[in-house]
Design a protein around this ligand. Sequence first.
Ligand code: G
Ligand code: G
Ligand code: NA
Ligand code: MN
Length: 252
Amino acid sequence: REMELDLKAALDEDQIELFYQPFIDAGQRRVSGFEALLRWRHPGQGTIAPSVFVPLAEESGLIEQLGVWALEKACHQAVQWPSDLTISVNLSAVQFQSATLVDDVRRALAESGLAASRLQIEVTESLFIDESDKVLAILTEFRRMGLTISMDDFGTGYSSLGYLSRFPFDKIKIDQAFVRDMRRPENIAIVRSVIGLSRALQMQVIAEGIETEEQMRILYDEGCREMQGYYFSRPRPAGEIPLMLSEISSRW
Ligand code: G
Ligand code: G
Ligand code: NA
Ligand code: MN
């Protein structure tokens, strides 16, 4: 309860911030874009992770305001980058219940001047629990606008695979749970089949949670080319983006 009130104030008082974590194109050996990740610099409690406060914001309805803020902030940030870099923003399933979500995205693009083709949205399987007609209409409109639609945390939710054919996804993001322990043959088998599935459905694929060179090599050998994880970079503040770009390009 108390944290919920704090969160409302936090937005007004600039305690909420976006960190950025790069996506790596391991084929071309370059950064292909960044994912925006919320952080809360709480005056008394230090940095609070979104896994703590996003669920609170979803329950209280504040997620709408928080989500619009993140979209606008991320687009204004990305328009300053080289034009081959994309920005990826996480959308909560709760935001799809807002009547203004499509307009919010359109406005964030128009006001920042960012091309729609540079904006990617990440959604999770929780989106498909109910109201699939409404969700389909919104995702179809996003697709029509030229956004990239990415299925985050793939394989960890409760949905059936049917949504991959019913909804217009461009990309599948292999969850870090499968990447974490790829010495387990079961996890390799899952990673391999998700990569195969993405090919068969003509979707892109990205793996997240890469922490070691070994994980990177296994994924590369399996045919995965886009990657993200602490091995390349942790999420860092906007001011460190030039540094991340130069560090990653000099390491490779
Ligand atoms: O960065 P970190 O691993 O702490 O993120 C934890 C969780 O918070 C992830 O599931 C991530 O998708 C979610 N998250 C981060 N930023 C946002 C955001 O802007 N909107 C929503 N809805 N979720 C976010
Ligand atoms: O739910 P989502 O996939 O959006 O959240 C990604 C979360 O995973 C973020 O909180 C981010 O900070 C975290 N993360 C990103 N890369 C790594 C990694 O290599 N290892 C671990 N353990 N966490 C990661
Ligand atoms: Na994500
Ligand atoms: Mn994820």
